[in-house]
Write a protein that binds this ligand. Structure first.
Ligand code: E4P
Length: 308
């Protein structure tokens, strides 16, 4: 069933005010926005207005900045001030009567509003009626007190789907682990705001790491080079090899601990690299009588590679 607001994929926001983390995660190309709250601003140790402005310049998507006033009038002034910081600010207001009133007023002015601290389906219904761009149900905090956070998401999604004119996106907040994200996606939630460590965890699987290692080990045994490595190598067809000055310096630094590259063809059972004056000498014992080879100097990785 299509979502009311025509979202075609689930968005990932990061729940932090740490600019270094945001930059790092934005580089993945998979970050759609950022959420902050007063506790996260406190943790950053920075001035709120400065940090929000900086985050807005890093991430083009919505950046939630939370109000701290509790009465409508002051909250509205605060929200307007935050909205002026950048076009992509989403003003965060608490799910209180004053918060919802402020939401309605800011939404009417064209400002994105994220209604936060939502713990019930009834509250989510009110936020949608108040024209919120986002409703933030806190799943982890519900789990913490023995209630099912994801059940709340299911309820809200069911309600919002009944009313296609609702423009509010369900932003799953207080995410504690990757299963929360997967369950949110199964329910068709529009957004999940995820702490940086959990966001990184989404990429990981031990079998991926083990499988990649096994593939790379086998690849190394083939003695073939990938396209990039080949491009950075300087081929020479000499049997006795002279090397560049930087190569000699590297040898001096390494002394006698020079090792041939791992990708030595299988039938070369021994190989020694040594120095003679300014020259690097290689001695190869091969099971084959004919040794026609090329030497490749990998400047980038300071390695000598040989192939027939
Ligand atoms: C959401 O916008 C909140 O900042 C956040 O998800 C709260 O998470 P917590 O329960 O881990 O503090």
């Amino acid at each position: 069933e299509p979502l009311a607001i025509g979202v075609v994929y689930m968005k990932f926001f990061v729940d932090t005010a740490d600019v270094a983390e945001i930059k790092d995660l934005a580089a993945s190309g998979l970050l759609d926005g950022v959420t902050t709250n007063p506790s996260l601003i406190h943790k950053s140790g920075r001035q709120m207005l400065d940090v929000i402005k900086e985050i807005c310049a890093i991430v083009p998507g919505p950046v939630s900045a939370e109000t701290v006033a509790t009465d409508h009038k002051t909250m509205l002034e605060e929200g307007r001030k935050l909205a002026k910081l950048a076009k992509n600010v989403a003003v965060k207001v608490p799910l209180t009567p004053d918060g919802l009133k402020t939401c309605k007023a800011l939404a009417a002015e064209g400002t994105m509003v994220n209604v936060t601290l939502c713990f019930s389906a009834a509250q989510a219904l009110l936020a949608a009626k108040a024209g919120a761009s986002f409703i933030s149900p806190f799943v982890g905090r519900l789990d913490d007190i023995g209630q099912d956070g994801m059940h709340l998401i299911e309820e809200i999604m069911t309600i919002y789907r009944q009313y296609p004119h609702f423009k509010t996106e369900v932003l799953v907040a207080s995410v504690r682990h990757t299963m929360h994200v997967v369950q949110a996606a199964k329910l068709g939630a529009h957004v999940a705001t995820v702490p940086p460590n959990v966001l990184r965890q989404l990429f990981k699987h031990t079998l991926t790491d083990n499988g990649l290692k096994a593939f790379l080990d086998d690849w190394a045994k083939t003695g073939q080079q990938n396209a990039k490595a080949a491009a950075t190598m300087t081929p020479t067809k000499q049997r006795q090899w002279k090397f560049w000055t930087d190569w000699q310096a590297w040898l001096q630094a390494k002394g006698s601990s020079i090792k041939p590259h791992k990708a030595l063809p299988q039938h070369w059972n021994t190989m020694a690299l040594g120095r003679s004056g300014t020259r690097l000498e290689a001695t190869v014992n091969s099971r084959e009588s004919r040794i026609g080879m090329e030497v490749y100097i990998d400047h980038e990785h300071s390695k000598a590679m040989f192939k027939q």
